[in-house]
Design a protein. Structure first.
Length: 282
């Protein structure tokens, strides 16, 4: 039974996973590399729960109880007592494999290791551990406390029992759970990434302005936001890493990152989180 959850990484996605698990009644311990990064992540969680209280989505007493179940650390060893550990580090295979390799040595053999990857192979990650049957993908969506979906990604040797337990965990957070096999992009990003990249190509070609591209999609297709606004929200760097991984796997031009996307990432224009992407943010 899952009672204590460990999370590696308290960035945008990791902090959302931590908040959601704590609000659902789990004891949560989150690890960041430095005290400064940890404090930044915990502050993000506090601000998110404060907004939830102000909007009537969360009782103040429930917020305080959730915060009391949440603990931060910079020592990976402190995750040893967790029943489930979720890595939420940068979307790069080498980084994720390094974390899973270290966790595999620290935590008990029966503990499930999960990756919040957006597109990378669970089977490849599992290969660096001694528990490939207990390695699984749990792809949450941003902002995690608000978005209702989680994709469970079954690696080639992920066991039925692992999928069952993680499905129950996702449902306990109030999420709708879908299960997908281990293929680049899974369900959502397999369909979403070509659409987002085509929007960038349309801007590159001068088809229309950024505002008109976004307005055409929101008003013409009824989407809640246009593709360029969505790119800023997701993160241009994250989108670039996902697109690169999918192109490397499929060798399909639909997944090739456009030059403009690469240039913006190199310039540090990562979207809302950096203050500038396709739009500027104060």
């Amino acid at each position: 039974m899952i009672r204590r959850v460990g999370v590696v990484g308290c960035g945008l996605m990791g902090s959302g996973i931590v908040e959601s698990a704590a609000r659902a009644g789990y004891e949560v311990i989150v690890r960041e590399l430095t005290p400064e990064l940890l404090e930044r992540g915990l502050s993000r969680i506090d601000a998110s729960m404060k907004r939830a209280v102000e909007r009537g989505k969360l009782e103040a007493a429930a917020r305080d109880a959730a915060r009391g179940r949440l603990h931060g650390t910079t020592a990976l060893d402190e995750l040893a007592g967790a029943d489930l550990v979720v890595e939420a580090v940068i979307e790069k295979m080498d980084e994720k494999k390094a974390v899973l390799r270290d966790l595999d040595r620290i935590i008990a053999p029966e503990v499930i290791l999960a990756s919040n990857t957006s597109s990378l192979s669970i089977t490849e990650m599992a290969s660096v551990t001694g528990r490939a049957d207990r390695v699984v993908g749990v792809h949450f969506f941003n902002p995690v406390p608000v978005m209702a979906l989680v994709e469970i990604v079954r690696g080639l040797v992920t066991s039925d029992e692992t999928v069952r337990r993680v499905r129950e965990f996702g449902q306990s957070l109030g999420k709708t759970v879908v299960v997908t096999r281990d293929t680049p992009g899974f369900i959502v990003n397999r369909l979403l990434i070509p659409y987002l990249l085509d929007a960038i190509r349309a801007l590159e070609l001068g088809v229309a302005s950024r505002e008109d591209i976004d307005s055409a999609i929101t008003l013409g297709l009824g989407h809640p936001m246009g593709p360029l606004t969505l790119l800023d929200f997701v993160g241009l760097d994250t989108t670039y890493y996902i697109a690169e991984a999918m192109f490397d796997e499929f060798k399909d031009a639909r997944y090739a990152p456009p030059p403009l996307l690469k240039q913006m990432v190199l310039a540090g224009w990562h979207g809302r989180k950096s203050g500038r992407g396709f739009y500027e943010y104060g």
